[in-house]
Design a protein around this ligand. Sequence first.
Ligand code: UDP
Length: 234
Amino acid sequence: MEKLKQIYEGKAKKLYETESTDLLIQEFKDDATAFDAAKRGTITNKGIINNKLSEKIFTLLQKKGIPTHFIKRMNDRDMLVKRVKIVPIEVTMRNIVAGGMAKLLGLNEGIVLKQPVLEWHYKEDALHDPLINDDHVRALGIATEKELETIKKYSYRANSLMKKFFDSKNLILVDFKLEFGRYKGKIILADEISPDTCRLWDKTTKEKLDKDRFRRDMGNVEGAYEEVLRRVMN
Ligand code: UDP
């Protein structure tokens, strides 16, 4: 399978058509953006690391019954995936208060939530991905009731599986973002799962090992991504 026409270039990835109409190649770039692309930069080797980490997590979730778009990793930066129509909502799952939730509710980062919190954000950079609820999703026809229930079920299940997995690697899964798509009439998990989309803290020191190092100019961004890969592959 090889790359034919490029059909999309996003902030961190490019998508290419292949000989098969149902399959795309997803290429992971080193480009990084934050605050709706107001901040831009590159993180050396991020694409290679996120490709491998996404492979690992998608494989784990797939084995446990969550369908994903992942087919196989082809090389350092390319992954073969099913071609989906992305549902235009970002699903955020939170275990610990950080980032947007700390800001929205005036809370300190690090508060352990009594239960996971699932949020929908409408995917629209110009509006800064506003927080919406189930009624918005149904009333605007963004997804059907059945799709909503499926997405919720997969998201909570992914959270418990990923929490347990990262915990075994001495990492705390603080929060993360998922995107789903439609493939042959079914909802499947798509996009990527990486330190770009997950907040991961060292279990012992609480050191941040994710994109917050880039967002907040904390330094050693590359080192943090490499450390996550090293632990996950161990
Ligand atoms: N996130 C993401 N893409 C986005 C927004 C958030 O992958 O466009 C991830 C982010 O890395 C974090 C989680 O979703 O792990 C929750 O992010 P939050 O809503 O706190 O927003 P942020 O603090 O990134 O603005």
